[in-house]
Every structure is written in C-alpha cells, then in structure tokens.
Design a protein around this ligand. Structure first.
Ligand code: ADE
Length: 238
C-alpha cells in the first residue's frame, strides 16, 4: 500500500520525518515540480511525505504528483487551521467532513459562491477514512471534532471576514489547502481525509497566535496522522 501525507509548511511534516528517522526507517528523497518527496519504507508498505508550500495551487500540485507520479492510493493531509466554530480552541483537532473554496466567486454569472460548473461547492472527505479517524481518536482517548473546512488563498485575520465565511459556507475552520487536495483526490477517485489542529481563531490576533502555536499544533496533527498510519496497517512502533 502507498499512502501520501501532505502538509503545507515544513513545520507540518517535520514531526513525521523526525519520527521515521528515529525509528530508523529507510528514507529516500526525490525532487519534482519544486518540491521534495520523502519516500519512507515501513515493512512492505510505503509512505510518501511532502510539504507543498502554502496555498491551493501548491497543494494541488503535490496531491497530483503523489497520485499520478508516485501512485499513492490514499491521501492524508496534516496541518494547522484557523478555528471559526466557537468550541474550537488552540490545539484542538478537527477532521473535515467536507471542504469548499471560500474564495471562488463567479456569482456575476448567477452561480452560488464557491461553486464551479461541472464541479460542486463542497467535496466530501472519504467516509471510511473519517470513520477510521474517529475509531483511532476513541482508542487514543482524544477528542476529535468533525466539521466543514473552508480553504482559500488568504490568511484570515479579521472578525468580519471570519463571520462572512461562517455565514456563507457554515464552515468550522479555515485554511489554505485542504479543498484543493479534495478536488484533486475527487478527480482521481483517491480516498482522502484532512486533519487540522487549531493554531488561531482567524480573528484580529490570528497572526500572533499562528506564529506562537504553529509548531505545537502541527505536532498534534502529525501525532494523529502517525496513529492513522498504524490503523491503516503500517507496522509502526511509536
Ligand atoms: N491556517 C492556520 N490559520 C489560518 C488562518 N487564520 N487563515 C488561513 N489559514 C490558516
């Protein structure tokens, strides 16, 4: 089996690569399309890991390469997000039920916000992977929330923009990559799920909070991703 793990920033994948180094897994690297792909061998199975760089276009490149070039059969996204829902606090872990692009707007032609003809406003994450995630969380005794993730090429750091995204999309969290990975995986029929740990509240203090909590929140999501790999049959002694 080949699973691809994508983060947007180096901080989001470093805890994973450090763990595989510590476990003396065989790791090789390949450069492609401006990114480094780490191939990790765990028994008979392989994991591909890369950080895409920030934003929907970069994440779409990485997801496409993982699927079409490396042959990944499942994609897990691990990283941080801004919390929109009131009950989401820094360090909480959220899994996407479905994802949308909050910055898509062709409403001038009568289309709903976020909608692209021949596509859809929302793309559902894989129900089997999400169900597995809830099982893993239960075993870990960890509180895992599930909700709508809105992605866009903007760092949201204002109460008014935050409220607009909640109103228009009913979103629980905001980030800059998940929906584009969803579009790619959906197009290739590859099951995916998106984990995000909260780094900020997407309000006026989001930039300061993001800088302060990026590393710790990224570790929460990476730790959970490792447990998911175990549940997917990877022989990891962590
Ligand atoms: N990722 C983490 N926090 C975010 C925010 N406030 N806006 C967009 N992406 C984010």
């Amino acid at each position: 089996m080949k699973v691809g793990i994508i983060g947007a920033m180096i901080e989001e994948v470093t805890p994973l690569i450090e763990t595989f180094r510590r476990l003396h897994c065989s790791i090789s690297q390949e450069q492609l399309g401006g990114n480094t792909y780490y191939k990790v061998k765990i028994g008979e199975k392989e994991v591909y890991i890369a950080y895409s760089k920030i934003g929907k276009v970069h994440a779409a490149i990485t997801a496409s390469v993982m699927i079409a070039h490396f042959g990944c059969e499942k994609i897990l996204f691990s990283g941080v997000a801004g919390g929109l829902a009131k009950d989401l606090k820094v360090g909480d872990l959220l899994i996407a039920s479905k994802l949308c692009q909050h910055d898509v707007d062709i409403s001038a032609f009568g289309h709903p916000l976020g909608f692209i003809p021949e596509s859809s406003t929302f793309i559902q994450a894989d129900s089997a992977l999400n169900a597995l995630a809830h099982k893993v969380a239960k075993q870990m005794g960890k509180n895992l929330k599930e909700g709508i993730i809105a992605s866009g090429d903007q760092f949201i750091a204002s109460e008014s923009k935050k409220m607009w995204i909640i109103k228009e999309f009913g979103a629980d969290a905001v980030e800059m990559e998940g929906a584009s990975v969803a579009v790619v995986c959906n197009a290739f029929n590859v099951p995916f799920c998106v984990f995000r740990s909260i780094s900020d509240s997407a309000d006026g203090g989001a930039d300061v909070s993001f800088d302060k909590f990026l590393e710790s929140a990224a570790k929460v999501s990476a730790q959970f991703t490792l447990e998911m790999l175990k549940a997917l049959g990877y022989a990891l002694e962590i």
